[in-house]
Design a protein around this ligand. Sequence first.
Ligand code: SF4
Length: 339
Amino acid sequence: MTQAIAAPNALLEWFRTQRRDLPWRTPRGVARDPWKTLVSEVMSQQTRLDVVVPRFLDWMRQFPSPADLAAASEEEVLAAWAGLGYYSRARNLRKAASAVAERGWPTDHAGFLGLPGVGPYTAAALASLCRGERVAMVDGNVLRVLARVFAMGGDLRTGSGKRTLGAAADAWVSRGDAGEINEATMELGALVCLPRSPRCGICPLVDSCKACASGERERFPAPKAKRETVDLVREVAVVSCVGAVLLRPSRPDELLRGLLVPPDVAEFPGSTSFAPCGEVRHAITHHKVLWKIHRAALDDFCLPAGWVAVPRAELPSRVVSSLVRKSLEAAGVWPSRVG
Ligand code: SF4
């Protein structure tokens, strides 16, 4: 392991010339701002970097500090997050912002872990990048790089695999500025040590990489056990009533938890006259969603508790899910653009 532990020096030299300029990064040696770090890390989970960068800049204009986000309503926050998906991230960000606005920023990893919605990875990002604490960030890129450098077999996502990987990652960042080593390792995973066809010819770790030496680079890391796909089919009712569309918050057992969605056909009286008007398909994590859209118009309807009648013109500001928007478009109730 001694040879591999020396590798961060070569990695850091590479990183200092090749690192991408991102709006949340700071010049070498300057601690990162925790608010920008938290927002960028949360946004980057499950979202591509080219999508994140402009959305991060918009977010920072709208919520330049945790206090600004804490003062916003949940509806405003979800609207600002619209299109990024996984809306629990936005809700948790708001809760964390409220905690920071009340009590200030924590000073170390354990303190960051106490923020609502902040898990070990994000806490490690905040602690190492903003506080200089020696703690490793282990995301998919880091997992791949270290699995290859140390030729670590077995599933590194299981309990014992995580412990092995965690020990290797801790040793990896223990030889210098942990924040910079973390960032450099992730950057290498994103730009050079690609899942397929890693670019070993230009890799600063090529001399110490055991997987490369073995000629079986792509055998590491072992593939993740595939999660079974779940099909979710709904008969969706898009019902207009006096210029408004009837929506309700999605239930805890449904996708899009808490967001406004059209109800099920079965939630309306059997006498309601529905016309089928298309289907909308969508993929969310391992769920394959199929919504069969049915349209109806009512002159009068007694809204159950929690339901709302949203005037058509207000739909773009109240509906944040792209799945719901597509369904309303299929039913012809989404307002057409003016001009
Ligand atoms: S030498 Fe190749 S396999 Fe090893 S870390 Fe570099 S890019 Fe990845």
